[in-house]
Design a protein around this ligand. Structure first.
Ligand code: ATP
Ligand code: MN
Length: 527
């Protein structure tokens, strides 16, 4: 391949390391960074520095006449002027020009060739290059030869801070998106996940413009029929964990699109939470963390580089990134037929929502727009009160259009393909966090199996008194006692109080969206 010339981007660094494979990037990472090592499993252990999670409050989008009408402006998409973007980009380029070498990764987003996007990542850390080599779709050598001009750019100067006195910037971190030039510039955060969600954000703009629904979900397919099932959910609800399912083919763990032909994965890798990972509970993910995978912000033994997955002293958000083909039953290419089931995952730390409920189309829209999950607040002794999170489309921070746009595309497709909708609580049972306990992973897996086998389509149900959704009361391999939450609480008054309070939170949250939906959807929420 001829040497890459990036002078048109203002980059003057001579030594550009273009499309290095994992072995080369391992070498580079270990030589360049004293704290980067190889785990005894073969994965590369790297550290992202101060930021160990995304920085949604520092995301900015250029307001341009070409797209201004399309964008859902507000706290998710904070507008900046083109000139502010230029300042950030130049600062990033100036920083990158101080490096003796740079890494460039050319790869694809989107497994369907009709919608495939050519992405070029420019960065200074070999670990960032390996991360994106892993997470994007790796082109063949032939495809690299003919790659040509990229469709989208990620310019990552995360080691260098933004200038918070710049108009529109409020901290030393800045993640800026220009939809016109299809560029993303990163300053002041080295959290690698920022890049993958940057690609997703761009897809969330460009795909709906072509009538395609982009979704924050994992997906699996039936081996025989090739039909799929998608699992929506906010962070920590189980998308990645539940999609690593030996009974099904894995399509992807986080970002998909639904076209007239079926679904396709946007990515070429998975990005799993690694906290408390065990080979017993999650064998497929555990064994995927081998040579070629990146382990982020984990603690390991100095003696043999064995990873201590239970150690959260750096962060609770430890992660492992691996190429999707490291999961044995991944389906390559990662495309599948239309979904038979749409599953909304919620980790309800209040312990109120049933483990599995069947939703009407209106209830499905109500819950899609609400995007509910709950976080466990604080780790101080005695603080057990969960905190509700509502994030439209189960991925608010990555949406570019108004949530109504995605909801409309989803409703239309679900109706056309007669898709069943389910709400699955992967959170608490027997009381709120602090009193009850999280539903066992094995039971949630049994629920997902029963959805896929069709067993729950005709299973008996009972309406939830607060939420009106139909709680399934009989599910193979799951004790019936746990399927109706009120039965699992020792204190019934407390259950009723908590349920009423949670329903109130749903109603308050939905007010923002009520005017944009039909009366039927508005009425599909808690009474
Ligand atoms: P992100 O969007 O941040 O990638 P995610 O939806 O992919 O989040 P997972 O990585 O699947 O979330 O995280 C779910 C976590 O919860 C895992 O660590 C898993 O082991 C744990 N867990 C515990 N109980 C359950 C359960 N019943 N169902 C699903 N996951 C569970
Ligand atoms: Mn995930």
């Amino acid at each position: 391949m001829s040497p890459l010339d990036l002078r048109s981007q203002g980059l003057t660094v001579q030594n550009i390391k273009h499309n290095l494979g994992p072995a080369r990037l391992y070498e580079e990472a270990i030589r360049a960074e004293a704290d980067t090592v190889i785990a005894n499993s073969g994965a590369l252990i790297a550290y992202s520095g101060t930021k160990t999670g995304r920085s949604p409050k520092d995301k900015r989008v250029v307001r341009h006449p070409g797209s201004a009408q399309d964008v859902w402006w507000g706290s998710v998409n904070v507008a900046i002027e083109g000139s502010t973007f230029q300042i950030a980009k130049e600062r990033a380029i100036d920083y990158l020009n101080t490096r003796t070498s740079l890494y460039v990764v050319d790869a694809f987003a989107g497994w369907d060739p009709e919608y495939r996007v050519k992405v070029r990542v420019i960065c200074a850390r070999p670990y960032h290059a390996l991360f994106m080599h892993t997470m994007l779709i790796r082109p063949t050598l032939d495809e690299l030869e003919t790659f040509g001009e990229p469709d989208a750019w990620i310019i990552n100067a995360g080691q260098f801070p933004a200038n918070r006195h710049t108009t529109g910037m409020t901290s030393k971190t800045s993640v800026e998106l220009n939809l016109e030039t299809r560029e993303m510039v990163i300053l002041g955060t080295e959290y690698a996940g920022e890049m993958k969600k940057g690609v997703f954000t761009m897809m969330n703009y460009f795909m709906p413009r072509r009538g395609v629904l982009s979704m924050h979900c994992s997906a699996t397919a039936d081996r025989e029929t090739g039909q799929s099932s998608v699992l929506f959910g906010l962070s920590g609800t189980g998308k990645t964990t539940l999609s690593a399912d030996p009974k099904r083919e894995l399509i992807g763990d986080d970002e998909h699109c639904w076209t007239d032909k079926g679904i396709f994965n946007i990515e070429g890798g998975c990005y799993a939470k690694a906290i408390d990972l065990t080979p017993e509970a999650e064998p497929d993910i555990f064994s995927a963390l081998r040579f070629g995978a990146v382990l982020e912000n984990v603690v390991y033994s100095e003696y043999d580089h064995a990873v201590d997955f239970a150690n959260d002293s750096i962060t609770q958000n430890t992660r492992g990134a691996y190429p999707i083909e490291f999961i044995q039953n991944a389906r390559i290419p990662c495309v599948a037929g239309h979904p038979t089931d749409v599953i909304f995952l919620t980790c309800d730390a209040f312990g109120i929502l049933p483990p599995v409920s069947r939703l009407t189309p209106e209830q499905a829209m109500y819950h899609f727009i609400s995007g509910y999950t709950a976080k466990v607040a604080g780790t101080e002794v005695g603080v057990t009160e969960p905190e509700a999170t509502f994030s439209p489309c189960f991925g608010g921070p990555f949406m570019v259009w108004h949530p109504g746009k995605y909801a409309e595309l989803l409703a239309q497709r679900m109706a056309q393909h007669k898709v069943a909708a389910w709400l699955v609580n992967t959170g608490w049972s027997g009381g709120s966090h602090g009193v009850g306990s999280r539903i066992k992973l094995g039971l949630t897996r049994a629920i997902i199996d029963a959805i896929h086998s069709g067993a729950l389509r005709s299973a008996p149900t009972t309406p939830d008194p607060q939420f009106g959704i139909l709680a399934v009361t009989q599910c193979p391999e799951v004790p019936s006692e746990i399927l109706v939450p009120s039965n699992t609480w020792a204190n019934k008054t407390q259950f009723d109080d908590t349920a009423r309070r949670l329903a109130g939170l749903f109603r308050d949250n939905f007010k923002t969206y009520a005017s944009g939906v039909s009366a039927e959807v508005r009425a599909a929420g808690p009474s």
